[in-house]
Design a protein around this ligand. Sequence first.
Ligand code: NAD
Ligand code: TYD
Length: 365
Amino acid sequence: MTMISKPIFVTGGAGFIGSNFVLEWLACGKGPVVNLDKLTYAGNLANLANIYNDSRHTFVRGDIADTKLVERLFAEHRPFAVVNFAAESHVDRSIHGPGDFIQTNIVGSFRLLEAARAYWSGLPEGERTSFRFLHVSTDEVYGSLEPGAPAFQESHRYEPNSPYSASKAAADHLVRAYYRTYGLPVLTTNCSNNYGPYQFPEKLIPLCIHNALAGKPLPVYGDGQQIRDWLYVADHCSAIRRVIEAGQPGETYNIGGYNEKTNLDVVQTVCKILDELKPVTYHSSRITPYASLITFVKDRPGHDRRYAIDARKIERELGWRPTETFETGIRKTVLWYLDNTNWVGNVTSGAYREWTAKQYGDRGV
Ligand code: NAD
Ligand code: TYD
């Protein structure tokens, strides 16, 4: 008799991290996936083109806040776990319009938790014990670190500074409450800035690659000395798989890449790799460095100065460590964007142009 393994229920699996997670989950032979995604501007079925004909993947277009739909998906597919990636994820967009962030990140997460709780309550004993609800959160809920201050541990107080991070913080609190109040076996992961294939070019690294190749300015906010702790997306996905497998219900795990860099460093590194892989030459001889496109622009309001993740808990308790350094991960990333110009071309049509005009127009680039 062949055992049919139960599916994992992924939300937001057509976005950047979610699609990487789904592709890797199937590549690792981990079992079927039910993928619920609203396909906002950030969701893109082209990210999943490689599994178009894979019968283990069921894609459903819909909203995590649609209780009836979510209840039906739980009843039909009977997943053993949920991973909630679905979110509005871009800080700058949350500054222009926080409403969608409140709706998806807070109300949507709440409705998803409610539907999961109803489903989980009705499971037979053994399945109830092994069920997991993993909520994907961010280091931004902890606020901003002073230079030299120790990296964020899981016990760091919550001090969100943007509508995005505040909405993620609210969801994290709901997730915690569902464990303490109802016993729902939840897990929360707080990770640092991700980069890698399929990231929408509104975020720093793909935006710079995209603009550089088009000969457009590379906008660096303020003095460019803000620090982020960069995590290659495949490392993030392997950490999530490990937490689903072995994480303690009710616990939170910080996931980071041990790669603190200033934004200016990041942009300059991207430029150097492009100089090497795709040099721009004028009059057939002189090479124009991409770094000449770097343009300092007006800072982001409430811009957090530094994030850094202390990922020792997940290493100590679950044996996970990132495999990529920034140097290896950024090279792979630039190569991926160079090899996938069609993907970039498709996602940067129409609405993308409206966004960049709104976001960068009044910054003078
Ligand atoms: P993304 O913006 O690329 O993708 C989000 C996906 O969610 C999209 O496919 C979108 O269509 C979908 N979605 C949005 N609203 C939805 C709704 N109401 N119902 C169903 N689907 C909906 O984001 P990402 O970068 O892949 O981030 C995934 C998760 O990881 C988010 O929760 C984010 O807060 C978190 N996170 C991201 C980073 C990062 O650097 N990208 C860092 C830390 C945490
Ligand atoms: P981003 O990729 O938007 O991620 P987050 O705000 O979640 O950290 O930005 C990363 C850093 O890069 C952040 O400090 C803001 C900065 N940044 C720029 O300097 N220029 C840009 O055009 C963008 C999009 C971001």
